[in-house]
Design a protein around this ligand. Structure first.
Ligand code: SF4
Length: 355
């Protein structure tokens, strides 16, 4: 069952409550380079990114936010560390959300000023605790950035905002190891009702980071924890979005495009199934219809899976049987299987245009 969190609005995207778990990413371009950042945001949007975050390390970056915001079709979050003036500039630039730890920006009046400006614009603040940058006193007390220390850090930042009467808060508790991250989120999830932004930080390169993110976020989401997610990869942020969607689709929490089923092949397979499966996946990755597509090697499990899917093939000797919604359409020679499946998928799009 999903954890009940308080609903809030980040620009046009609802977060928490019963809103779908949203997929976000972060630009890797210098924010001060408006054209490059907007080009990357466009690629992220095409991959299904719903919220984008930009780093604001200096005034040039803060000044660029207004121009980026003007042409950005999705809600935008400014990522601020230490300098409250950058937060104020970002708010003036029209951002929809801030990522900022109030305990790290100094005097109380600075926090008050930021909170007042956020309240005027109904801009949520994400408190982002990261195991790599935990407060010194917590590290001394706990010895290491443990899950408990991370939660205590988050509660400290939350208290600062609550004392100022501000409740538009999201929280993240990220570590680069899965056990600590999952434990920290589980501990915090029962103590507050703020929406949780989940992620495994610094998860690694696209290959290793995808696996770590799927395991960590999968465990949390399966427990009903998580209102918005970011997959962190050392690579193209577009991959973060694709992986995020795949995680949500695999848990049937969201739908977007096809879900693929294909067998691992074995000694019974008599067609070149691996290349057919890879070609079909590649050619249908942007299909605008949430369907299941099965590519199966032989008559053992093939007809069963292919029949259950919206579209499927079950391999035979040098050929395959094409299925659509449980019915056999025809036999197709091996060399034409990918074409036949792709054509059938687009026929479905024509017949059932997506909303
Ligand atoms: Fe092997 Fe057939 Fe199963 Fe594929 S469907 S793994 S070819 S038995």
């Amino acid at each position: 069952m999903r954890r009940i969190s308080r609903p809030m609005q980040l620009g046009s995207v609802a977060i928490g409550g019963d809103a779908p778990v949203s997929v976000q990413s972060m630009c890797s371009t210098p924010t001060s380079d408006v054209a490059a950042t907007l080009a990357q945001i466009e690629r992220l949007a095409a991959a299904g990114c719903e919220i984008v975050r930009c780093a604001v390390p200096d005034e040039q970056a803060a000044l660029a936010l207004a121009a980026i915001r003007a042409d950005c079709a999705m809600p935008m979050i400014a990522d601020i560390h230490f300098d409250y003036r950058l937060a104020m500039m970002a708010l003036q630039g029209g951002v929809d959300g801030l990522r900022l730890n109030p305990g790290n920006i100094g005097a109380r009046w600075k926090v008050e000023e930021v909170v007042r400006a956020c309240a005027e614009r109904r801009v949520p603040i994400r408190i982002g605790v990261n195991a790599g940058s935990l407060e010194k006193d917590l590290l001394e007390r706990y010895g290491h950035p443990t899950a408990e220390a991370m939660v205590e850090s988050a509660l400290g930042h939350i208290r600062i905002l609550e004392d100022l009467g501000y409740g538009e808060i999201k929280v993240s508790l990220k570590a680069s190891d899965i056990r600590r991250t999952v434990e920290a989120y589980r501990l915090l999830a029962v103590q507050v009702d703020y929406p949780l932004h989940i992620g495994i930080t610094e998860a690694g390169t696209t290959w290793a980071g995808t696996i770590k993110s799927a395991v960590g976020l999968g465990a949390l989401l399966y427990d009903g924890i998580g209102d918005t997610l970011r997959v962190s990869l050392t690579g193209d942020p577009v991959e973060e979005v694709r992986v995020g969607w795949e995680i949500l689709k695999s848990l049937q929490l969201r739908q977007r495009g096809p879900v693929f089923v294909s067998c691992p092949t074995c000694g019974r397979c008599q067609i070149d199934l691996i290349s057919v499966a890879e070609e079909v996946e590649q050619r249908l990755k942007d299909l605008p219809l949430a369907i299941t597509v099965a590519v199966m090697g032989c008559v053992v499990n093939g007809p069963g899976e292919a029949r259950e899917a919206d579209l499927g093939i079950a391999g035979g000797k040098g050929q395959g049987i094409l299925f659509r919604r449980g019915k056999v359409l025809r036999k197709v020679p091996q060399g034409e299987l990918a074409d036949a499946l792709v054509a059938e998928a687009w026929k479905l799009v024509e017949e059932e245009p997506p909303g």
